[in-house]
Design a protein around this ligand. Structure first.
Ligand SMILES: Cc1ncc(COP(=O)(O)OP(=O)(O)O)c(N)n1
Ligand SMILES: Cc1ncsc1CCOP(=O)(O)O
Length: 512
């Protein structure tokens, strides 16, 4: 009878000195199984056939005692010689039909897939599970294609969900306790989630394999705490009351913000945070992320004047806040203007999970892979209709599973399911430096006091843009210089003095 493995925590071994060092493979496997490893693959690229068979037999004695299946990487002959439960084969190894003929119907045969076509072929040929990767770049295996990232995994799962919905899948490549929860969240479809996680270095380099495996199992099986809430709000729902309440909560609670932003917008950003009632700390110090996250801060990452010297602080902050289950906002300023910015944003998105991405049309279009006319950091003009903009923003929200704010004459805010257009603000906001960056700060401030990032984003846009409208009604405001102080003054009282009704229009994504 064919075993039905539990794929939750899949250990793939590696015997190279760089990973195993002088530790004992059998001891690690035994301890990791006690910690929750549910399936093991013996992967050894260098040993001779005789040594492979001997080690595989020793490992098999250990795995069998716990009822854990042992698979052999690449080598069907070794699996046959020592009676393993199955094999894992890659795209350059023995083909699946031949492996099946040699091993028989009860063997577990897993196949690597890094594209939709590879996944569908393996599924049609009767693979028992797929190893989907490489998810993130990893030093353990460097001869791989471009990392799939969660959006690439979702494309594969989406293709499988129609014809092969129950085929088990494990994700592999660059995964660890810190990035597993959000990777699983961002990789999952409403109807289809990966069955488990496969890892090499996270377990094999650990000096405490039992504790590491059990922490990994918890990371895999615990729902992602920063997941977006499912909406129960119908189209046409009025957010006004919730926004007023949120504004009060923000002013009462004075949430702690860690603002890692550009040198141009820094003073205005700090002033806006204070005027909204938040408590900001402006820090680019890599070592400060962990204590600030532990102190309960919400993070804003704004890449406006990012340099190679400051990039590590951004990456550490993204990873630290995400693994501490603290929320962050990403403002990918000028994305698309240079390859360096594109690489930095890709690295930030690989390092952590933003609950909200806020950008202008060109920045969001670049993230969506749509034509983007970004040159400087300003928004420029566009020919796109509101529905086209909403479709682009929703694509990014869907891929990243976060809320996206696309600023413009009408702001589009979407979580991929709900989308609204906001009609507020004043052209004067485009004539001062840092108003867009200040909006990122406001989103972070509202995010700190709201369970719902979608609502937080709407509130932030309305308050900043409403305050701009209010400021422009003051007699003494005659240009950008007199506008800024009045705008800041208006932030604290906009909710009382400005009528926000009728500013939010639903965009029915289904109807587009
Ligand atoms: C579970 C799992 N998934 C993918 C792989 C990668 O296999 P392959 O592409 O054959 O690469 P090598 O492991 O042979 O380097 C895997 N081993 N396990
Ligand atoms: C075998 C393999 N296949 C794709 S990535 C990879 C290595 C994964 O190693 P790690 O878990 O250390 O990133």
């Amino acid at each position: 009878m064919k075993p039905k493995p539990d794929y939750t925590l899949y250990l793939v071994t590696d015997s190279t000195p760089a990973i195993l060092g002088d530790r004992n493979l059998k001891t690690i496997v035994a301890e990791a199984m006690f910690g929750g490893v549910s399936i093991v693959q013996y992967r050894d690229k260098t040993s001779d056939t005789g040594a492979l068979i001997r080690t595989a037999r020793e490992l098999h004695a250990i795995t069998k005692s716990k009822g854990v299946p042992l698979l052999i990487n690449d080598r069907v002959d070794v699996a046959l010689a020592m009676g393993a439960e199955g094999v894992h084969i890659g795209q350059d190894d023995m083909d699946l039909p031949t492996a099946r003929r040699l091993l028989g119907p009860d063997a577990i045969i897993g196949v690597s897939a890094s594209t939709v076509a590879e996944a569908l072929t393996a599924a049609e040929q009767g693979a028992d599970y797929l190893g989907i990767g490489t998810v993130y770049a990893t030093a353990t295996k460097t001869n791989t294609k471009t990392p799939l990232r969660p959006s690439g995994v979702r494309a594969i799962l989406s293709a499988l969900s129609a014809a092969h919905p129950s085929l088990p899948t494990v994700l592999i490549g660059g995964l660890n306790e810190a990035n597993i929860p959000r990777t699983l969240y961002q990789s999952s479809l409403p109807t289809h989630s990966p069955s488990g996680i496969a890892l090499v270095s996270a377990i094999l380099t650990s000096s405490t394999p039992y504790a590491t495996a059990s922490a990994l199992r918890t990371a895999i099986t615990t729902p992602f705490p920063l997941a977006l809430s499912q909406t129960d709000k119908p189209l046409g729902y009025s957010y006004d009351h919730e926004i007023v309440t949120l504004f009060g909560t923000l002013q009462q609670n004075s949430p702690f913000l860690h603002i890692l932003t550009n040198t141009v917008a820094s003073p205005l950003s700090a002033s806006v945070a204070l005027a909204l009632g938040a408590s900001p700390i402006m820090s680019q110090h890599e070592a400060e992320s962990a204590p600030l996250a532990a102190a309960g801060a919400t993070l804003l990452l704004n890449i406006g004047t990012l340099t190679p010297a400051t990039l590590p602080a951004y990456l550490t902050a993204a990873a630290t806040y995400t693994s501490a289950n603290r929320r962050m906002v990403l403002d990918p300023v000028g994305l698309g203007a240079t390859p360096a910015r594109a690489a930095a944003v890709a690295a930030i998105l690989a390092a952590g999970y933003p609950s909200v991405i806020k950008g202008n049309e060109a920045e969001i279009a670049f993230l969506a892979g749509a034509p983007s006319a970004q040159r400087g950091v300003d928004a420029g003009t566009s020919e796109r209709s509101l529905s086209e903009k909403a479709r682009i923003a929703a694509k990014v929200a869907d891929e990243q599973r976060c809320v996206v704010v696309m600023t413009g004459p009408d702001d589009v805010i979407t979580d991929g399911t709900r989308s609204v257009a906001l009609r507020a603000g004043h052209a004067m906001l485009g004539r001062i430096t840092g108003s867009g960056c200040a909006l990122g700060v406001a989103v972070a401030a509202f995010l700190a006091v709201s369970e719902d990032p979608f609502l937080a984003a709407i509130a932030a846009c309305l308050v900043l843009e409403g305050a701009a409208e209010l400021a422009m009604t003051a007699n003494h405001v005659s240009g950008p210089g007199t506008f800024v102080p009045e705008w800041i003054d208006c932030l604290g009282r906009v909710i009382m003095q400005w009528d926000m009704s009728g500013r939010i229009d639903d965009i029915d994504l289904e109807g587009l």
